[in-house]
Design a binder for this molecule. Structure first.
Ligand code: BES
Ligand code: ZN
Ligand code: ZN
Length: 533
């Protein structure tokens, strides 16, 4: 899908749907504790008392329907409230009006950004319902810096909400299901000077949101259509002709030479070969601020559990076990696509260990011992704890890169889903300054993370009788044990973060701008992080 932006004035706009954000009271109670009257508060009150010119014009175009709504209290500007009305005129330039509440605030917070994102998502969905490809948002009243951020969030919400995965719909599908919206035009009704200033942030946010959709496509693709070699193909495709990017692929024989026997061991039951993909982004110019960041993503293209087989139900969504890989691949792709004025000056490495966890004669067996690249031996007592095995080799490999920061993302444990559900990823960090940066980056993107401890008290759970460590505990806190296992392979003294994204990577119940299926979790946040470093 393509989004076209422009700006114009309310006198000139032609649109299928005009969205009018109305400032809402954030608290329902007034200072005295009494409940506010319907229709009170923010711009809405001013609307009733003598509206601002832009609101007056919109009202006139609606044949005073908007002010009528205000007077008889059919619409109250409260968070989450909205009202849609069709134009009473037959040949109207604005076919539909939509009042959407937005918390009134003089500055932008993470919550308010999310409200704008929701407004954008809501707009895109309404466009589809109303069968229009032309949307307009009235933002004439916003200050320049607020408008820049709000516009970017609206665009992000619209692109994310407009996403559909229709590639595998067949002849049985309804027409509307098969046909994704090709292009959506989004017009901002704002001062031309302000719109110009917001152009860059809009261009940036559309690349970023499109990249999250690219990750969703990868995650949603059926597992037999996305084998490890398909990730290799995507990596090669991404690098093609793009400035700053390069890729090196380690195939089965190269992995043997590297002594990456943990990754090789996991893939043994599959007829598809494993790979280690190494992508690199070199910035156009280096400055004192240039950092080296390594991003690692778990790339199990299907997790059957191996001989420690999952249940039928437990396997249903296991095509999502490469969501970490999809995320980091999309991040580096976005870096090369960002408009030149927004190019990032960091060196970024992406490592993707990829394999299929399957069952057959040669499968790794419970009780087997595998040797990781750094020589550490691992007793595999449960073949379903395979993510940590392939990540162990990727982390060992990362020793070769002089990283300032390492982040890994993995759909690692069901235990993390039990602890935090599908809204929050578990965040493990070995450095408190880095943790703050990550919290900021995820918060701004509206992607939720919750800190969990790298509690060394539980390290004893992974003692093995015959090897250096075992791949599961004897019970204990599953998500923490997964993180502690990875820690054993992290290069010394490097700030490192592990995100257990088993919950939010793939959801059955979406939100206003991301529906069910792959979510692209982490893409927008990691790009925020790279922009903030
Ligand atoms: N890929 C799964 C984790 C997972 C579960 C991802 C649910 C997404 C949704 C992982 O490989 C796994 O199976 N982990 C085991 C570890 C256990 C054997 C220690 C688990 O969580 O049960
Ligand atoms: Zn597993
Ligand atoms: Zn897995």
């Amino acid at each position: 899908m393509r989004i076209l932006f422009n700006s114009t004035s309310i006198e000139k706009v032609r649109t299928g749907l005009l969205i009018i954000p109305v400032a809402a009271e954030t608290s329902k109670k007034s200072a005295s504790g009494a409940k506010k009257k319907k229709g009170a508060g923010g711009e809405w009150a001013r609307f009733e008392q003598g509206a601002k010119p832009w609101l007056k014009k919109a009202d006139a175009l609606s044949q005073n329907f908007l002010s009528q709504q205000a007077k008889n209290g059919d619409f109250t500007p409260q968070p989450g409230k909205r009202l849609e009305i069709a134009s009473p005129l037959r040949d109207a330039r604005i076919k539909n009006f939509r009042l959407s509440s937005i918390s009134s605030s003089s500055s932008i917070s993470d919550d308010i950004l999310n409200e704008w994102r929701r407004l954008g998502g809501d707009a895109a969905r309404s466009a589809k319902r109303l069968n229009t490809a032309e949307l307009a948002v009235l933002v004439a009243h916003l200050k320049k810096d607020i408008f820049e951020q709000a516009a970017a969030a609206i665009v992000e919400g619209a692109i994310l909400a407009n996403y559909e995965f229709t590639k595998f719909k067949g002849t049985g599908a309804k027409k509307a299901e098969k046909k994704p919206i090709g292009k959506l035009s989004l017009t901002f009704l704002a001062d031309a000077r302000i719109s110009q200033a917001a152009k860059q942030s809009i261009a940036e946010s559309s690349v970023i949101a499109e990249s999250a959709c690219f990750a969703r496509d990868l995650v949603n693709t059926p597992p037999s259509d996305l084998l490890p070699v398909a990730l290799v193909k995507h990596a090669r495709e991404i690098v093609k002709k793009r400035r700053g990017l390069s890729v090196k692929i380690y195939d089965k024989s190269a992995l043997g030479k590297l002594k990456a026997f943990a990754l090789l061991g996991v893939s043994r039951g599959s007829s598809s070969d494993p790979y280690l993909i190494h992508l690199r982004y070199l910035p156009r110019k280096r400055t004192k601020k240039t950092k080296v960041v390594t991003l690692i993503g778990k790339g199990i293209t299907f997790d059957s559990g191996g001989l420690s087989l999952k249940t039928g139900k437990g396997m249903e969504d296991m095509k999502c076990d490469m969501a970490g890989a999809a995320c980091v691949l999309s991040v580096i792709r976005a870096m090369s696509l960002l408009p030149s004025a927004s190019q990032l000056e960091h060196e970024v490495h992406v490592l993707i260990p990829t394999a299929e966890n399957m069952v057959s004669g040669p499968s790794v067996k419970p009780g087997d011992v595998l040797r990781a690249m750094n020589g550490k031996t691992i007793e595999v007592l449960n073949t379903d704890a395979e993510g940590r095995l392939i990540l162990a080799d990727a982390l060992c490999f990362s020793q070769r890169i002089p990283s300032d920061y390492i982040v890994d993302l993995a759909t690692l444990t069901g235990a993390c889903v039990v602890a935090l559900g599908s809204e929050y990823a578990g965040l493990f960090v070995n450095n408190s300054d880095f943790e703050k940066l990550l919290q900021r980056a995820f918060g701004t993107a509206g992607e939720k993370v919750w800190p969990l401890p790298l509690a060394s008290e539980y390290r004893g759970e992974m003692e093995s009788q015959i090897a250096d460590l075992r791949n599961i505990g004897t019970g204990g806190p599953g998500a923490i044990l997964g993180a502690l296992f990875l820690k054993e392979f992290v290069p010394a003294n490097v700030p490192w973060a592990h995100l257990d994204i088993a919950g939010p990577a793939f959801v059955t119940k979406g939100n206003e701008y991301i529906h069910r299926g792959g979510t692209g979790f982490g893409v927008r946040s990691l790009l925020n992080l790279l922009r903030a470093l």
